[in-house]
Write a new protein. Structure first.
Length: 320
């Protein structure tokens, strides 16, 4: 739904790859990934393929998962020896993200953080990219505890174990979305696309007639949120897997608040609010956020939960 900031992802990528290489090369015993030559067969050849993309280069660590899939298929028969390969890569994934950075680099500025908390913090993801409902802050707490989002594998690691440590396959997400998605495959990877890119937007539909669920906002219109449901135009697998229409229909109380504000803020009063905030040096985007509690621009939706939903509803009500 919400795109992860591509500039932040590009900035964190080289350091992610460096820490990963330190982790894989830092085992006291030579890792299984480094043991086997590219000419080995079967399981060992899979390990050599991953070693080349994680340790010898960064083609797997930092590549587009879609391109890595094509490269893998070109080298191996689909599904061959995946169980054994999966167990190994799952172990590397869990241990790497759970490693405290000082064990890899004692001089790192975030040495007290675990890799997973550091990564989420650097990506700057404030709300779940899949649903934009739950906050996903990353924080270091007292007594060495940490708060961080879960990481979903956009391409499930059980089916694509060679992508278990690929940065652009690791999506910081809330617990609900991570559980709902599980081994399902979806359409939009938040590292590369958002709902805006595919023209997906929230709309309100009358439960009885199936027609428009909203009308022109005026002093006489009585809005009953129990009579409307939320639909998403141009829905895709993301919408179905995460049940976004169903879960967002539970947020119709927000609609009542918006309509009440819109009715209270007649044109003259609304303009006086804008003028007052302008006098405080606020920009039009800041004024919009202060009045309606959401962001105007798609690249800012991830800063506050329900921003995409609220903005689409405001647009449908004709509120700019």
């Amino acid at each position: 739904m919400i795109r992860i900031d591509p500039h932040k992802a590009a900035k964190v990528a080289p350091e992610y790859s460096r820490l990963l290489k330190l982790f894989l090369k830092g085992n006291r015993k030579k890792s299984k990934l480094e043991k086997y030559a590219p000419q080995a067969r079967g399981y060992r050849r899979q390990l050599a393929f991953v070693n080349k993309g994680l340790v010898d280069s960064s083609t797997i660590a930092l590549g587009n998962p879609e391109d890595i899939k094509k490269d893998y298929v070109a080298h191996f028969k689909k599904g061959r020896n995946l169980d054994k390969f999966f167990k190994l890569m799952e172990g590397y994934y869990s241990r790497f993200l759970g490693t405290t950075i000082k064990d890899l680099d004692p001089k790192h500025p975030d040495k007290e953080l675990k890799v997973r908390t550091w990564l989420a913090k650097e990506l700057g993801v404030k709300t779940c990219p899949y649903c934009n409902r739950e906050y996903t802050f990353s924080r270091k707490l007292r007594n060495s505890r940490e708060v961080h989002p879960e990481f979903d594998h956009f391409y499930p690691k059980s089916k694509y174990p060679y992508l278990a440590l690929s940065l652009y396959n690791l999506v910081p997400s809330c617990h609900s979305c991570n559980q709902l998605k599980s081994k399902n495959e979806i359409d939009l990877n938040p590292y590369f696309k958002s709902f805006e890119d595919d023209g997906l937007r929230f709309t309100l539909v009358d439960k009885v007639t199936g027609g428009r669920g909203v009308d022109k906002v005026d002093d006489h219109w009585v809005f009953d949120p129990s009579k409307v449901e939320v639909k998403i135009k141009n829905g895709n697998k993301n919408v179905r897997v995460f049940g976004l229409e169903e879960v967002y229909s539970g947020h119709t109380y927000i609609l009542a608040d918006i309509v009440t504000k819109a009715q209270a803020y007649n044109n003259s009063f609304y303009q006086s609010l804008v003028d007052s905030y302008s006098g405080l040096g606020k920009t039009s985007a800041e004024i919009y956020r202060l009045i309606w509690g959401t962001y105007m621009e798609p690249n800012e939706y991830g800063l506050r939960s329900l921003s995409k939903f609220t903005k689409d509803v405001l647009d449908e009500l004709g509120i700019k």
